[in-house]
Ligand binder design. Structure first.
Ligand code: 1JT
Length: 255
């Protein structure tokens, strides 16, 4: 494999554990020669993420809660002194468990707003905080899921948040294109991450994919990592505002 990200610095938000898609993406970026900067949301996972950073060969690990403007501002200043960025991977989402368990109709105002703030608005906030660190252009990337486009059982408020996130990708791509910053998303097939483990009947979802997806198998985190390498690298220099499906082809099927 050539070193597709040699000389580039990548900021990755959302590595929480070894199963995180962000972890697989970080591994792929590192393999391709990128310098890594990781962030974690709160003190509670500081030690874990610092250890993950060490195992990945990350250069730096910072705290940054994306719902706090002052923490994003601090991240910007710390990274500015460090020589800027070339690519940013946003791998952050949250919804209250009860909103993924009961009918969508029962979603509370607070639960809806929380999912939107953490899962969709945070991309706007991260884009504003990091664009100045990419003065000669760069790539911003996020993760989404088919539940944004179609109704899937239990995805509920996250589906609505991912729909907003995908529209956010397009509006940011339009705003940041003139600055040579590209903005894209990977729509990953379901993967048994820590977030997914808590979802009831998640193994049924995985089984349906193996039966019906064109490739007849589930998505591996490393496949998402490799697609992310493409989108972070100059190979994708003409690609912006796009949602790339890395899902064994599941999204094309009607039944
Ligand atoms: C969150 C969770 C965001 C789980 C997520 C997610 N994006 C994808 N998944 C996995 C998933 C979940 C369901 C599903 C398919 C995939 C949990 C915590 C909050 C953020 O149903 C078809 C429910």
């Amino acid at each position: 494999m050539p070193n597709l990200l040699e000389g580039k610095t990548a900021l990755i938000l959302g590595v929480a554990n070894k199963w995180s898609l962000a972890y697989a993406i970080a591994q792929a970026y590192r393999r391709e020669g990128a310098k890594l900067v990781l962030t974690y949301q709160a003190e509670r996972i500081k030690v874990t993420v610092e250890e993950l950073g060490q195992s990945l060969g990350a250069d730096k690990v910072f705290q940054c809660d994306v719902t706090k403007e002052e923490e994003l501002g601090r991240l910007t200043s710390e990274l500015r002194n460090d020589g800027g960025l070339d690519t940013v991977m946003h791998s952050i989402a949250f919804a209250n468990r009860e909103d993924l368990d009961r009918p969508f109709l029962e979603t509370s105002r607070a639960g809806y707003l929380l999912a939107q703030e953490v899962s969709a608005y945070s991309l706007v906030a991260v884009a504003r905080a990091t664009a100045p660190l990419m003065p000669s252009g760069g790539s911003l990337l996020t993760l989404t899921y088919l539940g944004s486009q179609r109704v899937l059982p239990n995805y509920n408020v996250m589906g609505v948040a991912k729909a907003a996130l995908e529209a956010t990708v397009r509006y940011l791509a339009s705003d940041l294109g003139p600055k040579k910053i590209r903005v894209n998303a990977i729509s990953a097939g379901p993967v048994k991450t820590a977030s997914a483990r808590a979802i009831k009947d998640f193994s049924v979802i995985l089984d349906v994919v193996t039966q019906r997806a064109p490739l007849r198998r589930n998505t591996e985190p490393a496949e998402v990592g490799d697609a992310a390498v493409f989108l972070a690298s100059d190979l994708s220099r003409g690609v912006t505002g796009n949602i790339i499906y890395v899902d064994s082809g599941f999204h094309i099927m009607g039944l």
